[in-house]
Design a protein. Structure first.
Length: 201
């Protein structure tokens, strides 16, 4: 229970109705609380596994995403759903308690942002940098290794890939490392061509 109270104390300053434009700020506060508690307990390795598992679940389950954002799902139902999911996924107590607190505060809509912030924090703690990759099709294990190796060589730091498949790209991939973006997608080329044609007109 102390973990719940500590998380609540950390984020209670934003326990008001904030506009969606600062949802990242809310997510960051929760992420900081989770990260600090897990690091203090020596559980960052478990947290990393939990965050990856929860992120993957959100990617493949529209039902789970609906639970997080649906205004017709009550706080109590959200809490019960998240408790069942946490138990099934064997999530650690810190993350489980945080999700419960977020459900009670109607803050579950920032969970995807919180996951992204936590991934960055964990990578930084490990001396890694996370490359956010959007691809038109899934990368093979060999392609992932080659891409990570190339980015590691380019940045001089260990690079961890966070890959999302995006059919809208048509082909190629988009890689963002920090503030740098590399876009090799066919969609980008088509957009550039379309802009050029507009200028000609």
């Amino acid at each position: 229970m102390r973990a719940v109270r500590t998380i609540q104390e950390t984020v209670e300053r934003v326990d008001v109705s904030e506009p969606a434009s600062i949802s990242t700020g809310i997510a960051t506060r929760y992420a900081l609380a989770v990260f600090d508690l897990s690091r203090d307990a020596g559980d960052l390795e478990k947290l990393e596994a939990d965050v990856s598992a929860l992120d993957e679940a959100l990617k493949v389950s529209p039902e789970l995403r609906d639970v997080l954002v649906s205004p017709v799902v009550t706080r109590a139902d959200q809490g019960r759903a998240l408790a069942a999911i946490a138990e099934k996924m064997a999530l650690g107590s810190v993350l489980t308690n945080t999700l419960q607190l977020m459900a009670s505060k109607r803050r579950l809509f920032v969970v995807p942002n919180m996951i992204a912030v936590l991934k960055d924090m964990i990578s930084e703690e490990k001396g890694e940098v996370t490359a956010k990759v959007r691809t038109a099709t899934s990368l093979t294990e060999a392609q992932s290794k080659d891409l990570a190796a190339s980015l590691t060589k380019a940045t001089g730091r260990d690079v961890k890939l966070d890959v999302t498949v995006d059919d809208a790209l048509i082909g190629g991939l988009v890689v963002r490392v920090g503030s740098q973006m590399i876009d090799t997608s066919i969609r980008a080329k088509l957009d550039a061509l379309q802009n050029t044609m507009k200028e000609v007109r």
